[in-house]
Design a protein around this ligand. Structure first.
Ligand SMILES: C[S@@+](CC[C@H](N)C(=O)[O-])C[C@H]1O[C@@H](n2cnc3c(N)ncnc32)[C@H](O)[C@@H]1O
Length: 277
């Protein structure tokens, strides 16, 4: 006889299989502990007593799936998150990117877009925005819709000016948006250089000829197999000597691409693809 924990694991396997078959979203290689927490949380919000009761809803209730997807995708983000990393991008990476006539940047797992607007501000201040194109992607359509609108609650930018200044900011963060009552909208000059799009890292293709990729706080939710798949995708999307920036709990040690990258700024998890690759 199986114990309760094993039964729950089987129920999760079946639920993830149902999601995969019905919608093509593959959570089977997400870190088990985090996916279990999110599924339990969602079950608490629904009228289900057991995880397996969510399976028929996956097949027959699209709005149920959409709300579960929102729970599973963990969209926590912030403008100028880890400002020292952005300072390092500004001071160390941008001087190298200046040599290119056109600069392609990919935010893989951009959530609701704050990270992409952060980078657009940095590029603008360093005189590079005019020749830059930022591609910012996520598999959560609700997040991409919000990112494309570029409208955020004013209160979400509280403390943002301090973070902006720590990232080497040269003006005031408020120079980059229009405020209206409780909301802000980023200036069109920033929006024009960002393309937000749906992209699923588990199954979609490379973004070719990127000079810089930020894939921050995404790999932590994946198991080793999926981490390696996504890192292969990043490597193949970068030009020779392109840059890869990971989140503060992520690194390339013991991954399939370790030999393909040099450490560029180890404290900030910035890597550079080796020449000749
Ligand atoms: C914690 S957020 C990180 C946002 C941003 N990069 C940052 O560091 O502030 C993780 C994002 O990864 C996205 N994500 C998770 N699995 C994904 C997948 N298979 N394909 C694309 N995006 C994915 C989630 O939807 C979420 O928006």
């Amino acid at each position: 006889m199986k114990n309760k924990k094993n039964i729950e694991n089987d129920e999760i396997d079946c639920l993830l299989e149902a999601i995969w078959r019905r919608y093509g979203y593959d959570f089977r290689h997400y870190s088990r502990a985090s996916i279990k927490r999110r599924i339990r949380h969602h079950m608490g919000l629904s009228d289900c007593q057991h995880i397996s009761e969510m399976i028929p809803k996956i097949f027959h209730d699209e709005s149920f799936f959409e709300s579960l997807l929102n729970d599973l995708s963990i969209s926590v983000t912030q403008m100028f998150r880890d400002p020292v990393v952005f300072n390092s991008i500004r001071q160390q990476i941008f001087p190298k990117l200046k040599t290119y006539a056109r600069i392609n940047i990919w935010h893989a797992g951009c959530s609701t877009g704050e990270e992409a607007y952060t980078l657009a501000i940095l590029l603008e201040e360093e005189g590079l925005l005019n020749r830059a194109q930022i591609y910012a992607t996520d598999f959560n359509n609700a997040s991409i819709d919000k990112a494309s609108r570029g409208i955020y609650p004013l209160k979400s930018l509280q403390n943002c000016n301090e973070l902006y200044l720590s990232s080497g900011g040269k003006h005031k963060i408020s120079d980059y948006y229009h405020a209206n009552y409780e909301a802000i909208k980023f200036k069109q000059s920033l929006v024009d250089h960002i393309t937000f799009a749906h992209h699923n890292l588990t199954c979609d293709q490379v973004f070719a000829q990127m000079h810089l990729i930020l894939c921050r706080n995404v790999l932590i939710y994946f198991d080793k197999t999926l981490q390696n798949h996504v890192l292969d995708l990043c490597r193949d999307s970068l030009v020779s000597q392109g840059f890869l920036v990971l989140g503060d709990k992520e690194n390339l040690d013991f991954t399939s691409v370790r030999e393909d990258f040099d450490n560029f700024s180890q404290p900030h998890r910035i890597y550079r693809k080796r020449a000749g690759w």
